[in-house]
Design a protein around this ligand. Structure first.
Ligand code: ARG
Length: 824
């Protein structure tokens, strides 16, 4: 026999309506104004006449005398309105926590025996609780929708239904609409009788606090009509939510994680939610396991076209989240791909003493959770120094309409509240020696939050412990005279005692660039030369010889001069030359024959062209990892299903005589490839037999370092992909000239989803881009020696050629070493 809880805790929430106070004042009562003091305690009578005295002293104890008159009024109204004929339903959604009972995996599934038995026990409890209260006359039933792991026990989510005259409905709604009301009932907890699966309640009394929300019939209907999926993610696991052309109109996923974690939801693709159809198409996330209006974290509707790749990351405030998807089945195809994971619950805020750092909203760049308050104190390390704040991002729920201050979510710095975007000119502010920062989110609607960079400075020492560039920006001290320009104006490399063609030995001596790292002795023995030439301490992004040495000369490869002792900088130089002497993709044009001789078309059996690829040697092709992800019906991951067509310009099923065709022997997907965020989106394909190079078939060069390109490099993306969003593949190979877009600009456009293995290219005004079917194909840039280098692999983008949504490519320099491991 297992004792049932001694105390059950739950809370009631609903959206407060202006009527609350009106209603109460009509009764001669008033509501306190501050949110926290708006908590009301109501005595729900189990056995009204018998236990009223016990209840009374409790009320006195809590000091909420007015509630008695409220209750009495409700009773009077109830009696009065029982005679009223127009009845309607009222739905109350809520949760109750049952201590001493624990959540087990079988409680995830509503069809399990344990779920059914446990639900019945809670339902009986409600029947008794309401049955004996003033609401008893109107109470119909309670349905347990789900269970989750509670803070101290088992949490049950339920809907209670009442059938009451119109006016009573309003009264009940108004009474319950007081924010975070607690219903206290003196009852003894339910006990489990006999086997673990039989439950009953004892007749005694105990205190129960419940969380309740008045809801409309829509929410309740949706719960009943939905196809529901119940999922639980253990820490470290990603659990997926997928819908492909669903047959039903309502879907919901109840997501759970362990109790000291929160849920992070990552939506990867949502397709088919057309604009202007908010009522029928929408994707919503709730901070609760029931679809209650006052628990919405975020809602999307009116999304146009397809969203590809991760566009949103949400966080819950507790260990549950509900995701609902309603759709209009008459419309096109619908696709939803998302996953969720358990993220340890963080304690936000703190006291920091630092020269520089960052402060962000909790879980940034994921959306912050609802109902959170954080407080930070930031202090400069030495009195006399001040703090300089740069507010780089602020996206929070804005103030209510007509309100003149931030009253929903806000960031407060030194007493000033922010909840709206801050203009470029107002982002940097100077504060005193110590600054207090607070962040508040209410229980509804969340956003990305905020991101602040700060540093300490004084007017006499603007870059403490850092190097001050001439343009007054600061860079780390060790950037000074390290041979690399860290200040945008290069001021960290002047006055290093060396002239422009020399490099600094690091010991105060200088040597001609071409002499560095040759193993001779023009830097003294005690110099850093040995170090700066070894693989380990090669400056970041420097070219590395095969033997691990790094010549300090910029871009030593393929320039006809042997810079590495092992000559490796002059190997593999037969690449990147297009034989055309002078010569879709959205917004591109037909490519001339032989202009892009490394372009291959990857075709899968009868499906034809699926992805692009680039030839990097006579045995190897490079493409995107996502081209080889299996779908429900097609095995894209099987190498033997694929054929690479090379040396072609027009995809023509009938005329394949003069082209190079090779079967694929092996597909190597990057081990870090992450399908959810498209990180490391690269795969190597080994051909069954080597291909012969000719005018139309040539390899492209691989760039070992971005220094092979000059600023403003010309780049082209090529492929047979769709010529506009949601349209057909091109027949003739298309080329489009695109610009490389600054990484941090792109990260802002894409909500920080651009990892350092990605790069963006396109045209921010839209109109020119890669598109579906171009994936895996090359982004080729003209680099050193007038050769074309494979700079990126077409990977993803939001739609195609949209304004401020550039194409995202796998950055080859970031995976160069991995490619080399296999292909050299
Ligand atoms: N993932 C797409 C494909 O499979 C390529 C998308 C590129 N999108 C873009 N807007 N650049 O073909």
């Amino acid at each position: 026999m297992r004792p049932f809880p001694s105390r059950r805790v739950s809370t009631i929430f609903s959206i407060p309506t202006p009527n609350d106070s009106e209603y109460l004042s009509g009764l001669g009562l008033s509501l306190p104004h501050s949110q926290s003091s708006r908590k009301e305690i109501i005595c729900l009578k189990h056995s009204f006449a018998k236990k009223i005295n016990e209840c009374l002293w409790k009320r006195w104890l809590f000091g909420i005398l007015p509630v008695i008159s409220l209750t009495l009024t409700v009773v009077l109204l109830v009696t009065y309105y029982t005679l009223s004929p127009a009845f309607s339903f009222i739905y109350i959604g809520g949760s109750v926590e049952i201590p001493n009972l624990s959540y087990t995996s079988d409680l995830t599934h509503p069809k399990s025996h344990r779920f059914i038995a446990q639900a019945e026990a809670v339902q009986n409890y409600f029947a008794e609780l309401y049955g004996s209260s003033a609401l008893g006359t109107y109470y119909l039933k309670s349905v347990i929708a789900a269970f989750s792991e509670g803070k101290t026990g088992l949490r049950a989510y339920y809907w209670s239904t009442f059938w009451a005259p119109q006016d009573i409905v309003l009264t009940i709604k108004n009474v319950i609409s007081v924010k975070q009301k607690q219903i206290i009932s003196k009852r003894r907890p339910p006990k489990i009788n006999g086997s673990a699966e039989t439950f009953s309640f004892e007749e005694d009394f105990d205190i129960v606090t419940m969380e309740l929300f008045v809801s409309d019939s829509m929410d309740y209907d949706v719960t009943l009509k939905s196809v529901a999926f119940d999922l639980y993610a253990k820490p470290g696991n990603n659990r997926t939510l997928t819908l492909m052309n669903p047959k039903k109109s309502f879907y919901q996923w109840r997501l759970r994680v362990p109790s000291d974690y929160v849920v992070r939801l990552v939506v990867v693709t949502a397709h088919g939610v057309s604009p202007g159809s908010c009522t029928s198409h929408r994707l919503s996330a709730y901070d609760f396991l029931l679809p209650l209006q006052n628990k919405i974290i975020t809602r999307w509707c009116g999304m146009s076209g397809a969203w590809t790749s991760p566009f949103i990351r949400l966080t819950s405030s507790s260990n549950v989240m509900l995701v609902t998807f309603s759709l209009d089945r008459r419309k096109e195809s619908h696709v939803l791909k998302a996953y969720f994971q358990a993220v340890p619950k963080i304690v936000c805020g703190g006291h920091y003493i630092s020269w520089n750092g960052t402060v962000t909203s909790p879980y940034y760049p994921s959306y912050y959770p609802p109902s959170i308050d954080c407080h930070w104190i930031i202090r400069a390390p030495i009195p006399g120094y001040r703090l300089l704040f740069k507010l780089l991002v602020i996206q929070v729920q804005e103030q209510s309409l007509g309100s003149n201050k931030c009253d929903k979510d806000w960031l407060e710095i030194d007493g000033v509240r922010y909840c709206k975007p801050v203009s470029e000119g107002n982002r940097i502010k100077e504060y005193g020696y110590s600054v207090a920062i607070s962040f508040h989110s209410d229980e509804l609607v969340t956003h990305r939050g905020f991101y602040i960079e700060f540093r300490a400075f004084s007017h006499t020492d603007p870059c403490p412990r850092q190097f001050k560039c001439s343009d007054r920006t600061c860079v780390p001290l060790n950037s000074k005279c390290d041979g690399w320009k860290d200040c945008t104006d290069g001021s960290d490399e002047v006055d290093c005692g060396c002239n422009p063609v020399e490099s600094n030995c690091g010991n105060g001596k200088c040597r001609h660039h071409s002499k560095m790292c040759r193993g001779d002795d023009s830097c003294d023995n005690d110099s850093q030369e040995a170090d700066s030439c070894s693989y380990k301490s090669c400056p970041q992004r420097a070219y590395k010889c095969l033997n691990g040495k790094c010549p300090i000369k910029l871009n030593p490869e393929c320039d006809g001069i042997r810079d590495c002792a092992d000559g490796s900088d002059e190997m593999n130089c037969a690449c990147g030359r297009s034989q055309v002497k002078k010569t879709r993709i959205v917004g591109g044009e037909d490519a001339r024959s032989g202009k892009w001789p490394w372009q291959a078309s990857l075709q899968l059996g009868t499906y034809g062209h699926i992805c692009g690829a680039s030839i990097i040697s006579n045995r190897w092709l490079v493409s995107a990892a996502h081209c080889f992800l299996d779908s429900d019906s097609v095995r894209y991951s099987i190498a033997s299903g694929w054929t690479a067509y090379m040396g072609i310009r027009i995809i023509n099923k009938n005329n394949n005589n003069h082209i190079a065709m090779r079967s694929i022997k092996r597909i190597i997907v990057h081990p870090y490839y992450d399908q959810y965020i498209s990180d490391y989106d690269i795969a190597l394909l080994e051909m069954e037999a080597p291909v012969f190079f000719n005018e139309l078939v040539q390899p492209i060069c691989l760039p070992s370092s971005p220094r092979l390109f000059v600023y403003g490099t010309v780049c082209y993306v090529t492929g047979w992909g769709a010529v506009k969003e949601n349209s057909q593949l091109a027949k003739t190979l298309q080329e489009a000239k695109v610009k490389i877009i600054n990484q941090s600009t792109c990260n802002k456009l894409y909500d920080d989803l651009i990892t350092s293995r990605m790069l963006c290219a396109g045209n921010l005004n839209g109109g020119i881009d890669a598109c579906q079917g171009d994936s895996g194909g090359p982004l080729a840039c003209l680099g050193k020696g007038n050769r074309w280098y494979l700079t990126g692999i077409v990977s993803w983008g939001e739609g195609c050629a949209r304004r401020n949504r550039p194409g995202v490519y796998t950055k080859i320099t970031a995976v160069y070493d991995w490619i080399h491991q296999y292909t050299n």
